[in-house]
Design a binder for this molecule. Structure first.
Ligand code: IMP
Length: 435
């Protein structure tokens, strides 16, 4: 796997953290390329659970370099807390590298995010309120503060002043908020600078050097294709591009550096925040999926909306990403649920049907999924380690998905533990060999 991209194929929360953790063992570098601490992944190691928001999951592997790429937006308060938290639990962060070009989330971004949502009222996006959108907006407006600015107090102060002034107007009710004081904000960020200084690096060059030496780089995406700023369910999306093409921009490599793209999907669908969700189940089955799957947000604790697997959306995500492999997580959550629905087309209330993901929001917002019903299974599958260990109905379910999407399945998750996975025959060897 010289250059392998891992992306979410749904609305985020597909279990990318666990997959990255599995593959990181074999990678020389793991680099995150977009998003910020709106993401969150839980990694289970023995009886220990690690919740990370910014640091790539690979940090648990001693020999793997972990980079936060230029495309990520970094809240330095959260990042320093994460580093300290890992150190306290005996995980050294010595292999961490932070791009000097990554933009930073400032206190006014968080205030703007909250104020913007309040202003939208019932039309709110349902953001994570971590300041992600306003930070990317400042980046595009060329008012952003970058990690490298932490290293020069004079420049930092000047840039904060220029960026903060226009916000005062927007944040009038908060104008006297101590968080918006230029002096204390500069001081606070200079302190982060001291704590982060020795991790700051040219992470693009790091990727080039590793790739040029024939070593393997894993590009770790956050969120998922349907939250993509350009291709997702706009405006109910995040403010970055979680699709594979963005790995190039957010890590600083070229398209020819990417060899494989694996998309991660749950065996069903979830979404947090507002926006269309054609296969949503607002009934007892949806509730069971939420309970069985522990579907509450890692970052905000919000209950996730749940529904059957949406193959129309998944096929769209596969094409958008140029997927070469499909990872299916949480198959065990479907055990005992009875017959399983898979969304194979959408129907608009006026009667039209759609085999492809509709580009027009008026269609998508009112479309409901139509299903094929596949047999379920009752056997416990959490101990399965090969496809042969699965009941026939579970194997048929996987085959149906792979055929519909036209992408081979590489890994299947059957429980939260690191070892609770099925490597589809040949895939593990292929990854090992390439690494
Ligand atoms: P933001 O990224 O905080 O601006 O939120 C925009 C939308 O993306 C909201 O619907 C969030 O719930 C959603 N979102 C952002 N990050 C994640 C994630 O990591 N998993 C799932 N949804 C996310």
């Amino acid at each position: 796997m010289p250059g392998l991209v891992i992306v979410g194929a749904q609305w985020g929360d597909e279990g990318k953290g666990k997959v990255t953790d599995l593959l990181a063992e074999r990678a020389d570098v793991v680099v995150r390329f977009q998003g910020g601490n709106n993401a969150g992944h839980t990694i289970v190691r023995g009886d220990e659970e690690f919740k990370l928001h910014l640091i790539p999951s690979g940090i648990l592997h001693e020999g793997t370099l972990c980079a936060i790429g230029n495309g990520v937006v970094i809240d330095p308060k959260i990042l320093t807390e994460e580093i300290e938290g890992l150190k306290r639990r005996g995980v050294p962060a010595a292999n961490l590298r932070i791009s000097a070009n990554a933009h930073m989330i400032m206190p006014y971004h968080v205030l703007l995010d909250t104020a913007g949502e309040a202003r939208l009222g019932s039309s709110m996006i349902g953001t994570t309120k971590r300041g992600i959108g306003p930070c990317y907006a400042d980046k595009s407006a060329r008012l952003g503060i970058r990690v490298q600015d932490l290293l020069d107090e004079k420049i930092l102060r000047k840039k904060i002043m220029a960026a903060m002034e226009p916000k005062r107007q927007l944040l009038r009710p908060h104008a006297k908020d101590p968080d918006l004081d230029l002096h204390s904000m500069t001081e606070e960020y200079v302190t982060y600078g001291h704590r982060l200084e020795h991790y700051i690096a040219d992470t693009a060059r790091l990727c080039w050097d590793e790739l040029d030496a024939g070593r393997s780089v894993l590009f770790e995406g956050a969120q998922g294709a349907l939250l993509d700023l350009d291709h997702g369910t706009y405006p109910f999306v995040t403010s970055s591009n979680p699709i594979a093409g963005a790995a190039c921009i957010g890590a600083g490599v070229g398209p020819t550096d990417i060899d494989d793209v694996w998309g991660i999907t749950k065996a069903y669908t979830t979404r947090v925040g507002s926006g269309p969700f054609p296969s949503e189940l607002e009934d007892e089955t949806g509730e069971r999926l939420r309970e069985n799957g522990g579907e509450f947000g890692t970052t905000t604790g919000r209950p996730r909306r749940c529904g059957w697997l949406d193959l129309v959306a998944l096929r769209y995500a596969a094409r958008l990403n140029g997927m070469t492999g499909l990872v299916i997580t949480k198959l065990d959550v479907l055990t005992g649920i009875g017959p399983i629905g898979v969304a194979v087309r959408y129907r608009h209330p006026e009667g039209a049907t759609f085999d492809q993901f509709p580009y027009h929001q008026s269609v998508l917002h009112r479309a409901r999924a139509e299903y094929e019903e596949l047999p379920g299974w009752d056997e416990d599958i959490t101990g399965a380690r090969s496809l042969e260990d699965l009941p026939q109905a579970a194997r048929d379910y996987l085959d149906y998905i792979a055929d519909f999407i036209g992408v081979p399945i590489t890994i299947v998750g059957v429980g939260p533990g690191r070892d609770q996975v099925i490597w589809v025959s040949g895939e593990q060897e292929a990854v090992l060999e390439a690494a």
